[in-house]
Design a protein around this ligand. Structure first.
Ligand code: GDP
Ligand code: MG
Length: 607
């Protein structure tokens, strides 16, 4: 292929605006796949969890052939996920493109992720083709939405296409615009090889399969290649394009996107953002890489039966081969035994990982409350980032102790919502320690003006139930996105929960001092519901250091009581626990108190 016949593009959109549906239509229209029927729709969403939740987790890449003016063009579609947690995937996918279709639902208009992904594409100097989708719907209002696109991105109305990914209307015009407006990749096929490694997956038989975007030169089957980051050498065993299945080719050249198998055994050798050279030609320096991912939410994961830890750890390790944005560390807890502390990009990412562990690896797990990374600043100038509440300094370490202060991660939130809900949303944000609240009007043409609200919020405030509250406050009409804006000093405290004076380590949480009493009371009450009666009285306490915030008491059990000690949703619990051997082995001792593991299961699932 001559480079001038290649177009590398991506579809970017707010979730549910029709990206996967449009990708299906493009694959059909170019004859890449047979007509897609209802059940097998959305070719690019491969994981079960993606289908169930209708989200894209892992970016996929596919090549299509398209006839235009008697020439055959090679169109490489690089899919991107649609959720804030996966912004990093969006960024690396865009690095392999020259253009992007910015898809906007003509009934919904510009939403929070429309802005974040659109701005990312503008920053990378991509050609943007705005497409108003779902014009088959009676509620579509393309004129009004075109005005929003114009005011948000400064794109002229004459550049905006309209389409229905459902009926296929406008898809030919989209294909024409891809060919006409997006520039071909630049890069000299005669120059030395430089390729960007932008994704990888693991194949049991062939080892690591890398996705690459060739920036200059050619890579052929049989070439001896060198990875810049590790300085390791490999033989290119197989190269090819994704059509949409892997299709071997003799070579990939400048401008092309494809896959590479090179007998790489360990996924950690395929560093995302690395540069691939031919052996002996690496003297011209690597390409600009990517920012490494940063875990923003941490949680401990423990097996329900501690004997299952080796199996759980093995499953986690295998799953992280397909999702290397997850960080792993071992963790041991007196209450829950041996486990792993995992770091995720956000709470949805954490949920998706948990669900994949359950679906694909059949693991039954306990997951602790999520925590964000806090920075501890010491008086001697040293700083550490902690990802486990148990590492939080004690109250006596502050003041005359060696800790100067604690910093917490902050985000800039963008919320788009109908004007009616603005007051409620301002309240909600204020209750979550928001600063610098501001808003502007996106359009004033409709009968219900749309507002773009921004605020600075502690990340810790949005990893719990903020999304649910936001949905309720705005009847589901708001969209939300956020970006990391660094750390700031904050008055955080660690709440410990004690049973007759002994702390339950895996339940400790870090909260802002102003929330500590409220949170302490809620959790002490929850604990009272799940801790079974003992032969003696049990005191449940929530404490910050030596200060008790809340106390609940469980009276001693009477001698004649033998059954019905433990209420709750018994059937559901038994179902989850059915694999477990009965009884004793699942009991945990905290001091002199026997606690069934299912008590932890209940309390940790109850929020
Ligand atoms: P994604 O989250 O951006 O990948 O969105 P999907 O492609 O999964 O589409 C979200 C929903 O909108 C699905 O129920 C689609 O069937 C529907 N949808 C997508 N495009 C159109 C369209 O042009 N018209 C109509 N009526 N529905 C559409
Ligand atoms: Mg999708």
């Amino acid at each position: 292929y001559g480079v001038d016949l290649i177009r590398n593009f991506s579809i970017i959109a707010h979730i549910d605006h029709g990206k996967s549906t449009l990708a299906d239509r493009l694959l059909e229209r170019t004859g890449t796949v047979e007509k897609i029927s209802g059940s097998s729709s959305q070719m690019l969403d491969k994981l079960k969890v993606e289908r169930e939740r209708g989200i894209t987790v892992k970016a996929q890449t596919v090549s299509m052939l398209h006839e235009h003016n008697n020439k055959t063009f090679l169109l490489n579609l690089i899919d991107t996920p649609g959720h804030v947690d996966f912004a990093w995937e969006v960024s690396r996918s865009l690095a392999a493109c020259q253009g992007a279709l910015l898809l906007i639902d003509a009934t919904q208009g510009v939403q929070a992720q429309t802005i974040s992904v659109g701005m990312l594409a503008l920053e990378k100097n991509l050609t943007i083709i705005p497409v108003l989708n779902k014009i088959d719907l009676p509620a579509a209002d393309p004129d009004r939405m075109a005005a929003q696109i114009e005011s948000t991105f400064g794109i002229g109305r004459d550049e905006i296409l309209t389409a229905s990914a459902k009926t296929g209307a406008g898809v030919d015009e989209i294909l024409r615009a891809i060919v006409d407006r997006i520039p071909p990749p630049s890069g000299d096929p005669e120059a030395e090889l430089k390729a960007l490694l932008f994704d990888s997956s693991y194949d049991r038989y062939r080892g690591v399969i890398s996705l690459l975007s060739v920036q200059s030169g050619r890579i052929r089957k049989g070439d001896k290649i060198l990875l810049h980051h590790t300085q390791k050498k490999y033989d290119a065993v197989d190269v090819g394009v994704l059509h949409p299945e892997e299709t071997p080719t003799e070579m990939l050249q400048a401008g092309q996107v494809g896959y590479l198998a090179c007998n790489m055994k360990n996924s950690s050798e395929a560093q995302i953002g690395d540069t691939i050279f031919r052996v002996g030609e690496s003297n011209r320096g690597p390409l600009d890489g990517f920012q490494p991912t940063k875990a923003m939410v941490f949680a401990g994961i423990f097996p329900i039966d501690s004997n299952d830890f080796p199996k759980l750890e093995e499953s986690i390790k295998r799953l992280t081969l397909t999702d290397r944005s997850v960080t792993i560390q071992r963790e041991s807890s007196t209450a829950l035994g041996q486990g792993c502390r995992l770091g995720f990009l956000g709470t949805l990412h954490m949920d998706v990982f948990r669900q994949r562990l359950e679906d694909e690896y059949d693991q039954q797990i306990l997951i602790t409350n999520p925590t964000v990374p806090f920075k501890i600043v010491y008086k001697n100038g040293k700083e550490t980032i902690i990802s486990n509440p148990n590492d939080f300094p004690d109250p006596q370490d502050f003041g005359i102790g060696k800790v100067q202060e604690v910093h917490e991660p902050m985000v800039k939130a963008t919320i788009i919502l109908p004007n009616t809900y603005l007051g409620g949303m301002i309240n909600l944000c204020s209750n979550h320690r928001a600063e610098a609240l501001d808003h502007v009007y996106l359009d004033t043409t409709g009968d219900e003006p749309r507002v773009l609200m921004t605020a600075r919020l502690p990340l810790a405030e949005i990893v719990t139930d903020f999304f649910d509250k936001l949905k309720k406050t705005t009847s589901g009409f708001a969209s939300f996105d956020y970006e990391d804006v660094g750390y700031q000093p904050s008055d955080m405290v660690k709440i410990s929960f004690l049973l007759n004076g002994r702390p339950i380590d895996s339940l400790a949480i870090i909260v802002h001092r102003s929330n500590s009493v409220r949170v302490g009371r809620i959790w002490a009450k929850k604990l009272r519901e799940v801790v079974p009666k003992q032969l003696f009285e049990v005191a449940i306490q929530a404490a910050v250091g030596r200060t008790i915030l809340a106390r609940e008491t469980i009276s001693a059990m009477r001698k004649d009581v033998t059954a019905g000690l433990y209420g709750g949703h018994y059937e559901r619990k038994m179902k989850v626990l059915e694999k477990q051997k009965a009884g004793k082995k699942l009991m945990k001792r905290i001091g002199n108190i026997d606690l069934p593991q299912e008590a932890f299961y209940d309390i940790l699932r109850s929020n």
